[in-house]
Design a protein around this ligand. Sequence first.
Ligand code: BG6
Ligand code: MG
Length: 216
Amino acid sequence: MSKTRIKGLLFDLDGVLVSTEQNHFHAWKSIADKYQISFDELDNERLKGMSRGDSLKIILELGDILISEDEFNDLLHLKNQIYLDSIQKLNQKDLLPGVLALLNKAKSKNIPCGLGSSSKNAKTILNLVEIETYFDSIIDGNGVEFPKPNSEVFLNGAMELGLTPNEIIVFEDAESGVKAGKDGGFFVVGVGNIHIKKSVDVFVSSLLDFNLDEYA
Ligand code: BG6
Ligand code: MG
């Protein structure tokens, strides 16, 4: 990609902007434990970026467990309660390294930013960490028909920013999100998660290592 063509940024939330991926993992772990399903951090890699429902399906498949639709919905509710309880004290200090600096840099360069998250709690979290005002577009788990790895979340974000995918950098930490970005025609920067290093266009250990001046 021509480094002068970047006109917008789309960010995943959990694991890219905020350190909430561990909270999701621990909440799922307690659901898995309830059914004596073996579930570790490596299994959790498959869940990252996936919707709540798709994540539960994967966990139940791991344990070869069949449950009724009512029990399934109860578990989704329980997982979310555990998750929300665990993030009650989330605040701006929980932003991952380099996030505020990059958002401010984008603002100073008039580069619009959008959020492309699978989470239905995205707006709550943006509020808790006090960065909602940085975003010109917020597409979350409530606003898509087809969650990641489908590209819809990022394509809708591009549309809201009034840009085409080849003008946008997507920041992701999850395999499903990288696929969503790549399939949608975006330049994808992988952040933090070593497991996605080979699938992305550029990999950085944290956003501290990403220099927007090189792209826009
Ligand atoms: C993604 C996370 O951002 O959101 C997943 O990577 C999570 O781990 C998914 O399952 C859905 O989140 P929520 O908040 O709607 O349960
Ligand atoms: Mg993520």
